[in-house]
Design a protein around this ligand. Structure first.
Ligand SMILES: [Zn+2]
Length: 234
């Protein structure tokens, strides 16, 4: 089913970063276990206890700063550098491993760990340093929150994502469980426009029936092999 594609969209989730040692919400150990996800990933939780939420993201930022991209991230960069197709990466991950792997066209729909946003003027501040509640926006002195999409908030870049999905002739979901909307529905948007849809995941994703092809296995192994096959046609 592989052929020459013009517009390829990848969707990446926690599974691609897990092999770089980053734990996820669902892991039973690690940083997430010490905090209540309902508190650190909600606007209500931030408003009630901003210093606790900053403390959590400070620890997470430190872990993510130290993490290194794995062979799956590097394979995507390799494809971008050796293909004539337009290749976009939509990521649910807040780490910057795609950027560390020197990938281009990365869309962080859930935000980035190295960004904070002024709740007053919207100005983005980039930092890898710990952030304290009393550090304020340098433009308006407003309070800063993590530039992370909390539970119940809209994803970032929504109109652009819709356009990419509508135009894609190949959509590949990598390391994403298929349980978190709206990302879990992206595959259906692509199928409506007859794009080929493929999922690579450790186990079958929850929405596996929506895909044309599902490849199970360790992503750091399956993705480089898949990219090599894909490159024959590009
Ligand atoms: Zn401001």
């Amino acid at each position: 089913m592989l052929r020459k594609f013009r517009k390829i969209v990848f969707l990446t989730g926690a599974g691609i970063s897990a092999e770089s040692g980053l734990a996820t919400f669902r892991d039973t150990n690690g940083l997430w276990n010490n905090y209540d996800a309902e508190v650190v990933a909600s606007l209500h939780g931030f408003q009630a206890n901003p210093s606790l939420v900053h403390q959590f993201y400070n620890e997470l930022r430190k872990q993510m700063f130290a993490a290194q991209p794995n062979s799956a991230h590097l394979a995507l960069t390799h494809l971008q550098q050796h293909s004539h197709a337009d290749i976009q990466i939509i990521t649910q991950n807040i780490d910057t491993l795609h950027e560390k792997a020197l990938s281009q066209n990365v869309w962080h729909i859930h935000g980035q760990i190295n960004q904070l946003r002024c709740i007053n003027c919207g100005k983005i501040t980039e930092t890898w340093e710990p952030w304290a509640e009393n550090h304020r926006c340098c433009s308006c002195f407003g309070e800063l929150r993590p530039n992370i999409v909390f539970f119940g908030e809209e994803i970032f870049f929504s109109p652009k994502i819709e356009q990419l999905l509508n135009e894609a002739d190949l959509f590949v979901a990598i390391g994403t469980s298929g349980t978190i909307p709206p990302a879990s529905t992206f595959v259906c948007d692509v199928r409506q426009h007859s794009g080929l849809t493929i999922a690579l995941n450790l186990e079958k994703p929850a929405n596996y029936r929506d895909f044309d092809i599902v490849i199970n296995g360790q992503i750091s192994k399956t993705l480089p092999r898949f990219i090599e096959k894909l490159l024959i046609y590009q």
